[in-house]
Design a protein around this ligand. Structure first.
Ligand SMILES: [Zn+2]
Length: 82
């Protein structure tokens, strides 16, 4: 049984707006591999910020764990004020 009391996610901080960008499951598993095997953590990958759309290159070392749920870009700009 897997305990999932606290929700966490892995993300890097955007180089421009400093908001967390959620990494792909592939990157997350790569990070696990590095943590367990002590492999090279300088593997780089490109990631685009969902908030400011700035794309930059990050390394596995930049990936941090965050508590809670990732912020998502929602298209809910229209607010129902009826
Ligand atoms: Zn950003």
């Amino acid at each position: 049984m897997v305990a999932q009391l606290a929700k966490t996610y892995r993300a890097v901080l955007c180089a421009r707006c400093n908001e967390p960008i959620v990494v792909s499951p592939k990157v997350a598993s790569l990070q696990d591999e590095i943590e367990h095997k002590g492999a090279d953590s300088s593997r780089a990958f490109a990631l685009r910020c969902v908030l400011c759309e700035y794309e930059s290159v990050y390394t596995i070392e930049d990936v941090k764990r965050f508590e809670g749920e990732p912020r998502r870009r929602t298209a809910r700009t229209r607010v129902a004020t009826a």
